[in-house]
Design a binder for this molecule. Sequence first.
Ligand code: NI
Ligand code: MN
Length: 222
Amino acid sequence: MTRVKFWGHAFCSLEEKEQILAFDPFYPQGKIPESFFPTLILVTHAHGDHLGEALNLSVRTGSPVLGTFELAEYLKEKGASTIDGNFGGKIAFPFGWVKIVPAVHTSTSPDGKALGNPCGFLLKFFDRIFYHAGDTALFSDMALLKNEGEIFCAFLPIGGHYTMDPNEALEAVKLIEPQIVVPIHYNTFPLIRQDPLLFKKKVEVETKTRVFILEPGEEVDI
Ligand code: NI
Ligand code: MN
């Protein structure tokens, strides 16, 4: 059983057996409570709505931030504990492994530094595979992700404008074939307003995937 929490925007966490993973810890509701103690912080790219409180979280908890080389170096210079990686390799962790996978997007820090390429994360979390896509357009190589094994749960952006919209995310679901999709990166601000129920309906009519719509702050044991 994994406890999955959708904090809001692209910020999600996975928790099982003392391992707590935080993805893209930008918390639209305010400041992340001090009771939240992730053991690993994964950041897909340097945009402020993903980097969020990664630096503060790492400094407060001593837990590392995992990101691509340029992003990890940037955070290390600012005082974070970091693990750098790059595309293609698997990085071993007590819960399994994380593979840094492509995302079609850009990655500039809030203070204007171009920090390499953005990414997504494919990970084996205990006995199941999860995928956090980060910010991305639809791309056909998403079909390769399942070469590592069936994907149990995928976090996919549906907001449009900066990322896939619901129609493209539906195509992504057809390429990835996960058991569950959790839509992210929508309705945080007006430019990315979408109806997740419409997305859910289309996905569940056209594919075998189930869509879990989580409200910001909602968690589910799966
Ligand atoms: Ni972005
Ligand atoms: Mn974003």
